[in-house]
Ligand binder design. Structure first.
Ligand SMILES: Nc1nc2c(ncn2[C@@H]2O[C@H](COP(=O)(O)OP(=O)(O)O)[C@@H](O)[C@H]2O)c(=O)[nH]1
Ligand SMILES: [Mg+2]
Length: 413
């Protein structure tokens, strides 16, 4: 089987970013950790421009991604844009590794520490090039006292690389939070779960999308039985089952049909709601959905994607949700944030409708939520919005009572 088929999706890998001034040795350290020349190392300052992703296995953590970023002391207009990119990556790192050439600690490193502290990002500090200069012992003592893990390295002499690897592994084990399982506590051994997965033009050729595959795997791991059908077989399947299913999980796009055909009290949820639970903060996104009830014609709405897929003619984020919104609310103004680009100024928007984020990490989704909250803009997600616009949100949120209560409370305010 080709290696690509066995690859772990990026959204399931922890992301570690290296940040520091130009020429501190960030790329050299990634090479040393990976034991091969994968990053461009150069003595010309500013060789790494955009953040570069390097995926590899870090034993015993498993599949990870290292982000090699541009120097945070870069100059000029282009340099400033690169610094901005590095800082936006810093927002959602699972671990930040601050790299500083021995003897050159400055306000740039202090600034990164300020950011990682604000975002509660686990942080490791590396003093590199210890073969060239001696380290500032009082500074190291001070940083360690503040709780930072400090490692001394020489990337060229390959000194301290094992210590850095150990520091990363121990930080992962002690300070990072794994994704929550997609199905949470909703299914137990022996349960029968019906998964409704329409196969439309957006479905990838020859396979199912990641949340569907993940759900099947988790249900099997949990010892549940799982039945996967398209939306035109719901009534027939329910009639054939001797006992009603314990749970129905549906793609949001056919949620209306599912809710009509699956009688209460059979619990119904959507893949999207489960994604919000697993990848983000369902409570906050349900609360944010209350903003949809208050939308007026002319209001601005931001639809935020995370992957740069090829939009199809009936693309969910660019076509379907805008059309539904317009038919329910009237003429709202819609902007789409494509791929990983998330606007810095969110204040023009009355609500942000975020995609499920199947290819990014939980920390990445939570960073967006944190930013929206900091700017006072409510955020919800695609699936919650679709269920709301179809009038079935109370039914599909019922298996998450706290999230439902948050939505009910927010609309009454
Ligand atoms: N003497 C010495 N040189 C190093 C060390 N690490 C990196 N360098 C050199 O410093 C320069 C900048 O390294 P690079 O990894 O491109 O830095 P980056 O800009 O932070 O990615 C290159 O010439 C490296 O060979 C080290 O530990 N000791
Ligand atoms: Mg570099």
């Amino acid at each position: 089987m080709p290696a690509s088929r066995l690859e772990t999706p990026k959204g399931l890998r922890l992301h570690f970013g290296l940040f520091g001034k130009r020429n501190a040795g960030k790329s050299s350290l990634i090479n040393a950790l990976a034991n091969q020349n994968i990053s461009i190392v150069s003595s010309v300052a500013g060789t790494t421009t955009d953040p570069v992703e390097k995926a590899f296995e870090l034993s015993p953590v498993g599949p990870v991604v290292f982000m090699d970023t541009a120097g945070i002391d870069d100059v000029g207009d282009l340099g400033a844009a690169r610094v901005q990119k590095s800082l936006s990556v810093l927002q959602w790192m699972d671990i930040a590794i601050v790299v500083c050439a021995a003897g050159t600690w400055s306000e740039h490193e202090e600034n990164i520490l300020h950011q990682t502290k604000t975002n509660a990002t686990p942080t490791i500090i590396v003093f590199n090039k210890v073969d060239l200069a001696s380290v500032d012992e009082p500074l190291i003592a001070k940083l360690r006292k503040e709780g930072y893990r400090v490692v001394l390295t020489s990337a060229v002499e390959r000194k301290g690389i094992d210590e850095l690897r150990t520091a990363i592994v121990e930080t992962v084990l002690s300070q990072t939070e794994p994704d929550r399982p997609l199905m949470g506590e909703l299914a137990k051994a022996g349960d029968t779960v019906l998964l409704v997965t329409p196969i439309d033009t957006g479905a990838p050729k020859g396979r199912l999308i990641l949340p569907q595959v993940q759900a099947i795997r988790e249900l099997l791991d949990a010892g549940a039985k799982c039945l996967v059908i398209k939306e035109d077989r719901i009534t027939e399947t329910l009639a054939e089952l001797k006992k009603a299913p314990d749970l129905v999980v549906t793609d949001s796009q056919v949620v209306l049909r599912v809710v009509k055909e699956v009688p209460e009290p059979i619990p119904v949820t959507t893949f999207s709601i489960q994604m919000a639970y697993s990848k983000s903060d369902l409570f906050a996104l349900a609360e944010g959905a209350a903003a949809l009830t208050k939308l007026q014609p002319g209001d601005k709405v931001l639809i935020a994607e995370t992957c740069s897929h090829h939009p199809l003619k009936d693309d969910i984020g660019r076509v379907k949700i805008p059309n539904w919104l317009k038919s329910v609310v009237g003429d709202v103004q819609i902007d789409v944030a494509v791929g990983k680009d998330f606007p810095t100024d969110l204040t023009p928007y009355k609500v942000i409708i975020q995609c499920g984020g199947c290819i990014v990490t939980r920390r990445h989704m939570l960073a967006r939520l944190r930013e929206a909250r900091a700017q006072g803009v409510p955020m919800t997600n695609y699936g919650i919005t679709i269920s709301y616009l179809q009038g079935v949100l109370p039914r599909v949120l019922a298996c998450h009572p706290e999230a439902k209560a948050a939505f009910d409370k927010a609309i009454s305010q």
